[in-house]
Design a protein around this ligand. Structure first.
Ligand code: ZN
Ligand code: ZN
Length: 182
């Protein structure tokens, strides 16, 4: 599904809007194209900041509403993880994420082995599972490098040793201490 070109995906937006009687506004199309062009997983505010450079009159509320519509049309997905603003992802196929607990970067995990999780039988809950997402949380290569540099300059005794990038990016890591802004 995500192997479609950008043009095909914009066509899909138009088709889905027509099917539901929604107008294909320039604002909807622009916001969707902007998300397709991004490699990261932006927040609604980041998308709004980018959108108003292209469309000066667009409001934050409009951008939020467009994002909800795009999610409802299954053209993008909304990723939520505790303690962070919701992020938006144009890659709607099943994939897992690497989440940096320090800078909140979200990376798409290319390898698919982790996605092959057997869904539990939840019929007794009266629940129907639609999908699942796995977030492997840890530190990104940049943050590990920065932390290593800081530790080398301050030479704090007993400082935590940074993990190697290979381990940090492939294993879920237990909750790490975060500096809470006061
Ligand atoms: Zn990071
Ligand atoms: Zn993703």
């Amino acid at each position: 599904m995500d192997r479609e070109s950008k043009q095909q995906r914009v066509k899909r937006l138009e088709r889905l809007c027509h099917e539901r009687g929604l107008p294909v506004t320039m604002q909807r199309r622009t916001v969707f194209e902007m998300i397709l062009d991004r490699e990261d997983h932006p927040t609604a505010d980041q998308i709004y900041d980018q959108a108003r450079k292209r469309i000066h009159t667009i409001s934050r509320t409009t951008v939020y509403r467009i994002l909800d519509t795009l999610v409802g049309l299954t053209l993008i997905t909304k990723i939520c993880h505790p303690g962070s603003a919701a992020r938006f992802d144009p890659r709607t196929h099943q994939h897992d994420h690497l989440v940096c607990l320090h800078c909140e970067t979200i990376l798409d995990l290319k390898e698919t082995r982790s996605s092959k999780v057997a869904w539990p039988d939840v019929s007794s809950y009266g629940f129907v599972i639609h999908d699942h997402h796995i977030h492997f949380r840890g530190l990104c290569a940049n943050c590990i490098e920065k932390r290593g540099a800081e530790e080398r300059t301050t030479q704090r005794p007993g400082g935590r040793h940074p993990r190697t990038p290979a381990r940090a990016t492939t294993r879920p890591i237990a909750k790490q201490k975060r500096r809470i802004p006061s």
